[in-house]
Design a protein around this ligand. Structure first.
Ligand code: SF4
Length: 350
């Protein structure tokens, strides 16, 4: 039975990988190359209007329009100026809401993307964790975020960096993440180099290995946040299941082309002392690493404070003196609650 006849709700094309779309369109009588043309319109040219696809015959365009739902998930609101960080609120098909952030850098743009609505890992300093877990995002819902943020950039064709550091733990939603990554990196799809994609994880060991096997060029960022296992487990309960020792042994034991980025949210009086900086340096000895120090971005009702600049610089100097690469990331977009650890569908008026 054809797709038109069986579908009351049409299948959503953004859930399809290129090979799947090709098989379905072949079954509907289209030529082999049409799926590639469709992918190029939908992703490369960011056009989801079959009626405007000039290299496909009119009858084919009309048939395609009836086969699928072509619309990305809608953006409900946008906050923030074009100069630094803009936060986008998306409405999903079942009423859930998620956020993504467009960050303007010196020579490129970064898209900070969500992989889940909420997050089950409940890190003590994170607004997303505090909202609890709603559900995993589908591949189409992940890809929708990229299309909407790209649309915002108009004709811009320079470098894009995609970071999965928005809402959720991407490796707890590995299958949908992998499906989205295939569309993102597909030359006829979004055509973004996997070297410009970073997946950030709190450390879901088994899926980390799978990600590195399936996408060896994708960069890994690991949320360290404390050098001693007990403090880390207090800040990040996931650490009780996936121990720091096991994760560091994994990072030491695998040769890879790229350094691992270790993210460290600096919390005043909790994990920002010189002794803890020395401990971090010892811990990462022998691992090709880069450390991103992220001074905490305040969340209402949470008992943490951002360290002053002196404490941040002291921490960084200790790492540098020990031969590590360490960069301080003062997050953009705090005023719109778009910064690291602040995404919780908050700050919008709906
Ligand atoms: S920091 Fe990341 S893993 Fe932890 S609760 Fe927030 S979104 Fe989840």
């Amino acid at each position: 039975m054809g797709l038109v006849k069986e579908a009351i709700t049409k299948p959503w094309v953004l859930e399809r990988q290129l090979g799947e779309l090709r098989s379905e369109l072949l079954a509907e009588g289209f030529r082999d190359y049409v799926a590639r043309q469709v992918f190029q319109w939908v992703y490369r040219k960011n056009s989801q209007e079959p009626s405007s696809w000039s290299n496909i015959a009119k009858a084919g365009r009309e048939k395609l329009a009836g086969l699928y739902d072509w619309s990305p998930r809608p953006v409900l609101q946008v906050q923030g100026g074009a100069r630094e960080a803009r936060k986008f609120l998306f409405l999903l098909g079942d009423g859930q809401k998620i956020e993504a952030v467009l960050i303007r850098e010196k020579d490129h743009y970064t898209f900070c993307l969500s992989s889940q609505a909420g997050c089950p890992l409940a890190c003590a300093f994170c607004a997303t964790g505090a909202m609890g877990f709603r559900r995993d995002l589908t591949a189409g819902e992940i890809v929708s975020q990229v299309l909407a943020l790209k649309k915002e950039l108009g004709e811009y064709s320079g470098r894009l960096n995609l970071v999965f550091m928005g809402m959720g733990e991407p490796l707890l939603n590995y299958n949908n993440l992998a499906r989205a990554l295939r569309v993102i990196t597909e030359p006829d799809g979004l055509n973004i180099s996997p070297r410009h994609v970073t997946v950030s994880t709190a450390g879901i060991l088994e899926n980390l290995a799978e990600l590195e096997r399936d996408f060896p060029q994708v960069k890994i960022a690991f949320s360290l946040n404390a050098p001693d296992p007990q403090l880390r487990a207090e800040l990040m309960p996931v650490s009780r299941k996936h121990s720091l020792d096991d994760l560091l042994a994994y990072f030491r034991g695998h040769k890879r082309r790229q350094r691992i980025t270790f993210e460290y949210v600096l919390l005043a009086g909790i994990n920002d002392s010189p002794a803890q900086a020395r401990q971090v340096a010892r811990l990462l000895h022998g691992i090709p690493a880069k450390i991103n120090l992220i001074p905490y971005n305040a969340n209402p009702g949470m008992p943490f404070k951002r360290p002053d600049e002196g404490a941040v610089e002291r921490f960084r100097s200790i790492l540098l003196e020990r031969g590590l690469t360490a960069v301080t990331r003062w997050s953009k977009g705090q005023e719109t609650r778009s910064a690291c650890g602040q995404l919780a569908v908050g700050g919008f008026s709906c």
